[in-house]
Ligand binder design. Structure first.
Ligand SMILES: O=C(O)CCC(=O)C(=O)O
Length: 210
């Protein structure tokens, strides 16, 4: 995989590192028991992590059925299960830090890491909630760490209607969707015609949440 990535002029730290979570994450309470935590710049020195993620880590191009034809899913995917070693130690440290911070509220650890590679502005994910597993019926959390070009994460109440919220996700930013968010709200990463470079989203989820 060789995708052009312009190293950030603002993220000058040499080695990737995590900044503290407690007291710095800002919680946004949404309706119907949903919330979103947001911490811009949680990871510093993110360039070296992005470099590894843009390498050959087993990215897969999926296809899905759309009415009577099969179409390419507009992003590449890589799924890390419970026992797989994550491709950069910073990501292992990030999962441990999320566990330490959220375990009292979540009651269980983050276990899986789903990764999505948005190669440019044509890649996207449509409105959806992560409702394939326990999150269809239970409150849970999905923590996303973003690397590379900024793309906005949009949220709206499930079924449409109401206000659309916009969280800009930049290099090293953290967003956590919690409470009933996967059931009662939907999220998406829209396409853009702006010239944007690659972005990798790393999503940590508890077991059985998909
Ligand atoms: O790219 C992101 O940060 C969101 C990904 C997402 O919503 C998903 O894969 O379910």
């Amino acid at each position: 995989m060789s995708l052009a990535h312009q190293p950030s002029m603002f993220d000058v730290a040499e080695e990737a590192a995590l900044t503290p979570l407690p007291g710095r994450v800002r919680r946004h309470l949404l309706s119907r028991g949903a919330w979103v935590d947001h911490l811009p710049g949680w990871v510093t020195g993110s360039d070296e992590v992005l470099e590894v993620l843009l390498g050959d880590i087993g990215w897969r191009a999926d296809r899905r059925q759309m009415y009577d034809r099969e179409v390419a899913v507009p992003r590449l995917l890589r799924w890390y299960g419970r026992d797989e070693v994550l491709p950069h130690p910073l990501l292992t440290a990030a999962r441990a830090a999320l566990d330490a911070h959220y375990a009292p509220e979540l009651g269980e650890p983050f276990v899986t890491a789903g990764m999505c590679l948005y190669r440019d502005g044509r890649d996207s994910v449509a409105w959806h909630g992560d409702r394939l597993g326990r999150s269809r019926t239970e409150d849970t959390m999905v923590a996303i760490v973003s690397f590379g070009s900024p793309r906005p994460l949009l949220l709206r109440p499930a079924g449409g209607g109401g206000e659309t919220l916009r969280f800009p996700l930049g290099h090293g930013d953290l967003v956590v969707m919690g409470g009933s968010c996967q059931r009662t709200w939907e999220h998406c990463i829209p396409k853009t015609t702006r010239p944007v470079g690659p972005r990798v989203s790393v999503q940590f989820r508890p077991a059985g949440v998909a």
